[in-house]
Design a protein. Structure first.
Length: 655
């Protein structure tokens, strides 16, 4: 980059801003010089603000080369650029635009030697990064340890979260991964070795693109050079930025101080990824003289939906208060539905989806949202029974998840000892046994037809793993009940889960739900017979007049952010499930859970059903009475109507 002098840019189009923007949007586009925070409520057109602000700057003569547009996906950046080019009828090829990682990569290529890298450094993706950590584990001798050790995925996530939040590893482990706290000294040693190996190999991972970019910005001359160049900085989804991104932006804006960030504190729900809501809440304090614009005109939802959403978020203390106003006409009130149990809840949702489809709402305009993945199991079973096609957004179907297949592999071996795939899958979960040893053991097993003396020639560690595997199978052979068999496997698998997956608590809840589903089956054989019938939907549908491409969406609320549907169901709205139990001891965490509820409700355009079961089964206490979520009791009764499934039994039977 040779010159950072601001250059003029000539656009050939004169845009009619007043005709294309409402009065709130227009102010943000025309008056956003200096540090500006645009609080864009749900459905208020935040992307439109960025596009028109970009076009406005270009029409004022700012060269694209002197504008930085930071987004959370490169696709979002490209879409904004294309729409701005269509408005201006001019190319924006010189614009700095893309994700923080993309922009960091471009700058680091120019300045790498300052940090001791050559400009041709290699970038490794997440999977390659984990494999690199696996090499470190092997070279440092941790794969030969007698006991299970945290897997590469856990170590990678701990380090990534520490980088992006700018916190110590101790703090990250203590808050997010307390089950691996005993391994903390070893984790630090492994991570230090991993960092050194990357540097020696002239390699950076995705987190390094931000860490090293920040290091560059701490160099006064380099910081001045780039902050002089970026006359205007535009940032999308600012509520999702982490601490390191905030520090980078603060330095980039130090010369011109023209930074416009667009976000919504009411939709900040990604703290588990390192997102820091204080970046947004503290913006007016950090950037002196900052202007705050509020976009409160909602183009998505009915007045009834927005009345409910406004009441939900009103109870948060740490926020910029906003009141969403609807453009759309009146629609039905949101409905809160009480069911007897999770099975009745599943039947109601499946039947109601079919009913709405017959009334003209396409399946792909309907979504079922939930706080945690395990809450959708009974619904998935019900949808499969009824041949209702569905997709799980951002994931796989319940029975296709790795941890579910892991547990069921043991049950399959008991019923069919010749099942090679299940045998190898299960035995590889035990310490010291990888694919090579699994193949050796399987060959001996098929020759001997039993597990005796198979471990004679195995080294010490795989021999211990084999004994553990053999003992577990021995205990399972004496169990008839599939529920008891699953819980027997769980005694071993819980430790494996904690050391292998970053969302171990959620996966264990899935497995508890699987065990609960199995309670209705007298034998393992009968359970697996039904399980095998839950095959993937082939495209047929029982719904009259529906398009074969229509697919119902199932999603966690986190995965649904930014999307919208005509009809939305929020299921499992129960105490100790929504909000998540871990949030109950922290006001900050509880407020994020309330924001999660707010995000869920504002995904719908017109129809909203919120369901909760009256009872639920836990293995610790058996059948218990289940209260609706604590958030339910914060809502005025005027914002919803209540349905009891007993009252609508005739209607449901008719469906």
């Amino acid at each position: 980059m040779k010159s950072y002098k601001l250059k003029s840019f000539s656009a050939t189009s004169i845009i009619k801003y007043q005709e294309n923007l409402n009065h709130q949007q227009l102010r943000a586009v025309e008056e956003a010089d200096g540090p500006c925070l645009v609080l864009a409520g749900a459905g208020s057109g935040k992307t439109r603000i960025l596009i028109y602000r970009l076009a406005y700057l270009l029409e004022k003569g700012i060269n694209p080369h002197n504008i930085l547009l930071a987004t959370f996906t490169n696709k979002a950046a490209q879409e904004m650029i294309h729409r701005a080019e269509a408005l201006l009828k001019s190319s924006l090829s010189g614009l700095w635009a893309g994700t923080f990682h993309h922009i960091g990569n471009v700058i680091l290529r120019k300045e790498a030697q300052t940090l001791g890298y050559s400009p041709n450094f290699t970038i490794i993706d997440r999977e390659d990064s984990k494999d690199f950590i696996q090499d470190c584990l092997e070279e440092l001798g941790y794969l030969k340890r007698e006991k299970l050790f945290p897997k590469k995925e856990i170590i990678s996530n701990v380090w990534s979260l520490a980088c992006n939040s700018q916190k110590d590893i101790d703090e990250i482990v203590g808050h997010f991964y307390p089950h691996v706290e005993e391994y903390l000294p070893h984790l630090k040693k492994i991570i230090a070795y991993y960092e050194q190996k990357k540097k020696d190999a002239n390699t950076m991972d995705f987190d390094d693109l931000l860490i090293n970019w920040l290091k560059l910005m701490q160099n006064e001359s380099i910081c001045t050079k780039y902050s002089q160049n970026f006359a205007y900085i535009l940032v999308d989804e600012y509520q999702d930025t982490n601490r390191i991104q905030f520090e980078i932006l603060k330095r980039l804006a130090c010369v011109h101080n023209n930074i416009l960030v667009v976000g919504d504190d009411a939709q900040s729900i990604y703290s588990f990824r390192g997102a820091e809501i204080d970046n947004l809440l503290d913006f007016p304090r950090i950037f002196t003289g900052a202007k705050v614009f509020k976009l409160e005109i909602n183009y998505r939802s009915s007045p009834q939906i927005l009345n409910l959403a406004n009441e939900i978020i009103r109870h948060n203390m740490q926020q910029f208060p906003k009141t969403l106003e609807a453009i759309k006409k009146d629609a039905d009130n949101p409905v809160v539905v009480k069911s007897k149990d999770v099975y009745q809840q599943a039947k109601f949702v499946a039947q109601r989806v079919i009913e709405l489809n017959r009334e003209g709402i396409p399946l792909n305009e309907t979504a079922v949202l939930f706080r945690s993945r395990f809450q959708a199991l009974e619904l998935e079973v019900e949808l499969l029974k009824r041949n209702v096609p569905y997709v799980v957004r951002g994931g796989v179907r319940f029975f296709e998840q790795a941890h579910i297949k892991d547990i069921l592999s043991y049950l399959k071996i008991i019923i069919n000892p010749k099942d090679e795939l299940s045998f190898k899958r299960a035995i590889c979960l035990h310490k010291g046994i990888g694919r090579t040893y699994a193949q050796q053991i399987w060959k001996k097993f098929t020759h001997n037809k039993n597990l005796k003396d198979i471990d004679k020639d195995l080294p010490k560690r795989p021999k211990e793993g084999f004994k553990e595997f053999s003992a577990l199978l021995g205990s399972l052979r004496n169990i008839q009940s599939p529920q008891k068999a699953i819980r027997e496997v769980l005694k071993f698998y819980k430790d494996y889960c904690y050391l292998s997956f970053d969302n171990s608590d959620e996966r264990i809840l899935d497995l508890e739900e699987l065990a609960k589903l199995a309670t209705d089956y007298p034998t393992i054989r009968k359970f697996l017979l039904d399980f095998s019938s839950f095959e993937e939907f082939k495209g047929e549908t029982l719904l009259s007049g529906s398009d074969k491409d229509e697919i119902l969406v199932l999603s966690t609320v986190h995965q649904a952010k930014g999307l919208e549907w005509e009809a939305v169901f929020i299921i499992g709205f129960s105490d100790y499930e929504f909000p998540h139990p871990k949030a109950l001891n922290s006001q900050k965490d509880l407020e994020e859970e309330r924001r999660l509820f707010y995000v869920a409700t504002t995904r719908t355009k017109s129809l909203l059903h919120i369901t909760y079961p009256e009872t639920k089964y836990t293995f610790k206490n058996g059948l218990i009475i289940s209260r609706p979520s604590m958030f339910f009791f914060e809502l005025p009764k005027t914002t919803y109507e209540e349905w009891s499934l007993e009252d609508t039994a005739g209607v449901l039977e008719e469906l």
